[in-house]
Design a protein. Structure first.
Ligand SMILES: Cc1cc2nc3c(=O)[nH]c(=O)nc-3n(C[C@H](O)[C@H](O)[C@H](O)COP(=O)(O)OP(=O)(O)OC[C@H]3O[C@@H](n4cnc5c(N)ncnc54)[C@H](O)[C@@H]3O)c2cc1C
Length: 384
């Protein structure tokens, strides 16, 4: 019997594995993809969707078509438990599945204090329904109403989201007096970014009237009221959580070696340090070197993972994932411009937005499965 390889989650790196399989089938294994959805959303375009620049269908990838083209069985279900010592996973609905190899690429959740109200930026698939409710409510608010909206978390997504919604909601509901707040426990917005990019972002937030609350560890007093450690309370009408990555809950109790935050510890080959038949990539993995949780890394791990899974099954040398020292980062300001960073260099303008838009649309196009579209082998993709 051929070994069974289970790909859990249709994350960025698994898209590259599917493309590799479609271009050059692997006779060495039966491959199964477990994904709760037939279409996967691409996070890099989500702020643009909030700003009204994209339709939702423009930023989703047809996983079912990709899997069919790759000759991979798709199981539409969520992975709920992993028993690494017995090589078995459980799926939502109670179904169990044995594996010989398991590759984990199910991303991350949002860290958020218990008891809080509001909208989490993950899972992405839940966004359209909640966002539609918010928009509908906003449009019905009486003239002169004040609406305080806070975004919690000032990483890249936490910057793009208030810039996007502070553009969109006043257009949908101009009768409302909107107030925007950005809350972060970090002492600066965009920690880890260059001083130049941070200055541009600060100026942009100020121009849009976004009030910054830095060094504030938000917990929930109740519902929509944020409270910091000193007892300062910030009553809000709406909360949006972009507050850092939380490990997928199914990793706890799996038997896999995890880091202190609950992510799967892997070596430079992307292989679990405790179970050689398990691989993990993207946000759900903890690497032997420090790496921010960013799509750009998950994308670049894809070709290395595809090579290593094939080498593991068929025999061959493994490749190491070597993160680039510098990556291009582009922030959508929601108004036809972007702020960019490359190492210590920062810039801003409409040309950067056009560049980001082109990179993101190319990423989506690469995964289109029309009859005539040629299958492209994975290579050093970009994710802006
Ligand atoms: C709004 C927003 C904007 C961002 N913009 C950027 C950007 O511009 N550039 C950048 O580099 N990074 C960006 N990021 C960060 C980036 O989204 C993540 O680092 C990246 O998506 C991680 O990729 P991944 O392949 O690990 O997982 P994901 O892309 O999250 O994919 C995981 C997949 O697994 C599925 N899944 C989840 N749980 C399960 C389960 N239990 N069982 C089966 N399947 C499951 C999910 O449905 C999803 O399809 C952004 C994040 C957000 C929230």
């Amino acid at each position: 019997m051929r070994p069974r390889l289970v790909l859990a989650g249709a994350g960025h790196a698994h898209l590259a594995v599917l493309r590799d399989l479609a271009a050059r089938p692997w006779p060495e294994a039966d491959v199964v993809l477990v994904s709760p959805h037939a279409r996967a959303a691409y996070s890099g375009m989500v702020p643009g969707w909030l700003a009204g620049q994209y339709r939702w269908d423009e930023l989703t990838i047809d996983i079912a078509a990709l899997a069919a083209r790759a000759g991979v069985e798709l199981i539409l279900a969520q992975l709920t438990r992993i028993h690494a010592d017995t090589r078995r996973i459980e799926l939502q609905g109670g179904r169990g599945l044995d594996y010989d190899r398991l590759s984990l690429n199910q991303g991350s959740g949002i860290r958020r204090p218990p008891g809080t109200e509001g909208l989490s930026l993950r899972p992405l698939q839940a966004l359209p329904a909640t966002w539609a409710i918010w928009r509908g409510e906003a449009a019905r608010l009486p003239r002169g109403t004040t609406r305080r909206v806070a975004v919690v978390g000032a990483g890249a997504a936490g910057i793009e989201v208030p810039l996007a919604i502070s553009r969109r909601l006043p257009r949908l509901a101009p009768q409302v007096n909107w107030q925007w707040h950005l809350v972060s426990r970090a002492p600066v917005a965009l920690p880890g970014w260059s001083a130049g990019a941070r200055r541009r972002v600060r100026d942009e937030l100020a121009r849009r009237g976004v009030i910054l609350h830095l060094g504030m560890t938000a917990s929930a007093l109740s519902g929509h009221i944020l409270q910091d450690a000193r007892g300062l309370a910030l009553p809000m009408d709406r909360l949006l959580w972009c507050s850092g990555a939380a490990a997928p809950p199914e990793l706890a109790g799996s038997g896999l070696a995890l880091d202190e935050r609950g992510f799967v510890r892997v070596d430079a080959h992307l292989r679990s340090v405790s179970h050689a038949e398990v691989w993990a990539v993207g946000d759900c993995a903890a690497f032997p070197f420090s790496l921010p949780k960013a799509g750009v890394h998950a994308v670049r791990q894809g070709p290395v993972l595809a090579h290593n899974l094939r080498a593991d099954l068929a025999g061959g040398a493994l490749r190491r994932y070597r993160p680039r020292r510098r990556t291009l980062a582009l922030l959508n300001t929601g108004d036809g411009r972007a702020i960019g960073q490359w190492g210590p260099f920062g810039a801003g303008g409409a040309w950067l937005w056009r560049w980001k838009d082109a990179i993101d649309r190319r990423f989506i196009r690469r995964h289109h499965c029309s009859e005539s579209a040629p299958v492209q082998r994975p290579r050093g993709d970009r994710h802006a």
